[in-house]
Design a protein around this ligand. Sequence first.
Ligand code: ATP
Length: 373
Amino acid sequence: MSVRKLTKIFDKDPILQDLDLEVKEGEFFALLGPSGCGKTTTMRCVAGFEEPTEGTIWIGGRQMNGIPAHRRDCGMVFQSYALFPHMTVFDNVAYSLQVRQFYRQGWVRKWRVLARLLHPRLGNVSPEVEQKVMDSLALVELTDLADRLPGQLSGGQQQRVALARAVIMEPKLLLMDEPLSNLDKRLRQSMRRMIRDIQRKLKITTLFVTHDQEEAMSMADRIAVLSEGRLMQVDIPTALYSRPANPFVADFVGSSNLFPGEVLSREEHGSWLTLGNGLHLFTSHPAPGEAVDVLIRPESMTLLPGDGEAEPGGNRLKGRVERGTYLGPNVRYDIRVGEKRLLVDIPYKRGQPLLSEGTAVTLLVEPDRVVVL
Ligand code: ATP
């Protein structure tokens, strides 16, 4: 699937601008960005619910502009589940196959399919449809609940029905728009695993929309970050995190210490930078200009007591603890260094008390952990 130079203007307002995306066959691709950046609009253009103002959309090598939604061979899962409330789980999942059968059958069998669509007691599904529905329900572990109505299911179960209903048609492209947003944290995590396992098993090319960076990072093969309708960066999760293309991506993808800086001098193995007020750092990354943004991830630093004599080397920043927050496996410290405040994540050692406010510390940062944007 790809979109090329996709532009969408609503009421003279450019919502998407010159968007280029290329999703590979079998790939799980996340579209990530803050609320209102145009993720859903992109998906609606791909699905055929919106006509692009400019640009082309390609699915399975065919250009889709002007082709109605039901002919685009896309499966869809929405945040709101969108199940038929009066139909059982079985019939919800069978629905699209039944409709397809209706168009393909002769008149006698057409009536049978139509009767079943109108009411389950009025007709039977074919053994072929029954087998496919049960296979899809097994995939989402809902075989036992086939006879229930959606109102008798939890949110997570309803979303699994929606997923079964989408994949039963073996679509070329699976579109998922914030499918986990209505679920609580624990359920979201297990659903992430289930969706990813099913996607891998069926090898369905998937476009997954989310505003949750953790969700995108933990699920996607590659992520596109959008801001105000423009593409900021496309990359694999680890690269997006460690080498963001610009301050927006750095800030949106994970917590960061991000400061404006200047290049003081360039040397063979890197550059000296200043963050102002005598705060100097050496980076082993090439600096793209004289005025730069300097990024240090919270887990990229070592926290040493006092003036850090215990460990030589690296960039050394002297500071004081402002606050320590226990986060389970980690402790997050706010460290005041001159006029700056840095977030530092340290693995929590069992039984050790947190450093108290005002404790003098030294932050050790290796030059390759000082990222320059
Ligand atoms: P969210 O995560 O909140 O759903 P999003 O990134 O999916 O956000 P979109 O739903 O694509 O964002 O909306 C992008 C912008 O386009 C918003 O400012 C929205 O108000 C506007 N918009 C969307 N649809 C229309 C429409 N039919 N007419 C006018 N403006 C629209």
